[in-house]
Design a protein around this ligand. Sequence first.
Ligand SMILES: Cc1ncc(COP(=O)(O)O)c(C=O)c1O
Length: 373
Amino acid sequence: MKVPFVDLKAQYESMRDEIEVAIRQVLDSTAFAGGPFVTQFEREFALFCQCDYSIGVGSGTDALWLSLLALGIGQGDEVITVPNTFIATAEAISFCGARPVFVDIDEQTYNMNPALLENAITPRTKAIIPVHLFGQTADMDPIMEIAKAHGLYVIEDACQAHGAEYKGRPAGSIGDAGCFSFYPGKNLGAYGEAGAIVTNNPDLNEKIRILRDHGQPKKYYHTLIGWNARMDGLQGAILSVKLKHLAHWNEARRKNAQLYNELLANVDGVFIPREADYAKHVYHIYAIRVQNRDALINTLAEKGISCGIHYPVPVHLQEAYHFLELGKVSFPIAEKCAEELVSLPMFPELTKEQIHHVVHEIKKLRSSEICVG
Ligand SMILES: Cc1ncc(COP(=O)(O)O)c(C=O)c1O
């Protein structure tokens, strides 16, 4: 039995008619760049995140970068984040001219360890970017408290956490801004590139809107030097259709995770994901930890089961960030997790049979081969 890592085709097949109507509406109206379909989606997504404003942009990377720019972060500033994230989190900091400063993660949730924040703060620190990795939020209360005490901004990297909750509050709605990616494989994925920022701050909303559109509040009148980071109309219309299904898809992911958890609970050498008391996890990624990860991935691949690694090299050890001069053992938990994490197939349409098959093949491996350290 083949088990893909994600199956975008299955999702499209389940909603083909709705999508085709939405696409035709955009084609008929020729509202291709920005326009009413983007505005409509912005309204709906703000509501979904329980925020006053949502701004559609070209990608999650744009969302992070424009949020930092709009908050005035630049040359000489430092922004604290985690090393076990997709590189875009750090790139956005670097592209403002600021320096990424990393803190290690919590070994249970793989998210920022707030107890390590105080030590990382310097007079140059301007902001903190917690990353809600794999679909589970970071522990936001202590992060917000420390930020408040030091006068720092908090930008949530919620690119993997559409619909996740922290103590009942939607991911992205807690900090000064929440940034989302709608890369096709995300829980809410576009049919191309797209992203959004949510915020309750009217000034920030205004500034990001201007920055994403060449710095123009009015066509051809440029008050700022901005960029072209607009969301396109087709993505806006498609995302509006898909947003209606998101809660249901997230529930399906949670059920799939629960079944994996039950079946893997007593398998020697397999460390299953932990849902924190404060969290509603939406399992963008279902990652287990094992030793000898390569053997597991290769054996499953031979059986037609595709896995992923998120992420094999933490950001501070990437060649692009050698200039930070942070060698190995700088962030031991993030580094250990980078060696042990394996992402198993996870998508809403995954069947019980497929999950049983994946677990059956994992169990067949000798436990000695995949012991957790
Ligand atoms: C944690 C995280 N941050 C940022 C991004 C960047 O989003 P995008 O690919 O839409 O630019 C992603 C997407 O992969 C992500 O997972």
